[in-house]
Ligand binder design. Structure first.
Ligand code: TYD
Length: 199
């Protein structure tokens, strides 16, 4: 099973690119499955709602996200290609404040079986100016978004940090999320071909 994950801050265009990729796969008869976190499965989608509307403390959030994650992984059906809309990098990026958080999150990440580690992670790096422009255009989506919107710099820093930790030998591809949809879509396809995830 080949896993690809998409990561990035809100408004980075991650969801748009996942949609474009879905269309591309359909058009080119490439079989692939898509999932998202938190959620990704019937019962877990209920938990997603609860988590994203919650006011839990950070330690609880770390554990909830990982509980949801391990449960999802245990239920995954075999597939050729599996695309994750957010995965463990999100917990590191969003829920890491202290050294203790870091140690716990890394410990949990290391419990993930090797076969579930992405071959490629696409990280959508957006700058503050583009972020504010898109936010103005689209508005704030949910309570969870609001909670983290003013923590952009910390979250961005955490994404950079986890990319450098080299926890596994996956490819960590940094996408300039300020570029156009079309350019980013092509860049993603180019990488998937280069690393032999698609022909
Ligand atoms: P969602 O509406 O899916 O946001 P997006 O479209 O940007 O992916 O909401 C997911 C939210 O959950 C998002 O704000 C990031 C957050 N999140 C964490 O804080 N930690 C995690 O481990 C995961 C998977 C998500």
């Amino acid at each position: 099973m080949k896993i690809i994950s998409f990561e990035g801050f809100e408004y980075s265009g991650k969801s748009t690119q996942i949609r474009l990729l879905k269309n591309y796969f359909k058009k080119n008869r490439i079989t692939a499955n898509f999932t998202r976190e938190p959620g990704g499965e019937k019962d877990l989608e209920k938990i997603r709602k609860i988590i994203l509307q919650s006011n839990f403390d950070n330690l609880s959030l770390i554990l909830f996200f990982f509980a949801s994650r391990f449960s999802l992984l245990s239920k995954l059906k075999k597939s050729n290609l599996l695309i994750f809309d957010r995965f463990f990098d999100s917990t590191y990026a969003y829920q890491k404040y202290t050294k203790k958080d870091k140690e716990l999150i890394i410990k949990l990440i290391k419990l993930i079986e090797k076969k579930f580690i992405p071959r490629i992670t696409f990280y959508f790096k957006i700058n503050k100016k583009t972020l504010l422009l898109r936010k103005k255009k689209r508005g704030v989506k949910n309570r969870f978004d609001k909670r983290y919107l003013n923590q952009f710099s910390r979250i961005q820093k955490n994404y950079n940090e986890i990319s450098k930790l080299r926890l596994f030998n996956r490819k960590f591809v940094i996408i300039d999320a300020n570029k156009s949809e079309k350019i980013i879509h092509e860049q993603i396809l180019k990488n998937l071909k280069k690393w032999k995830l698609i022909k």
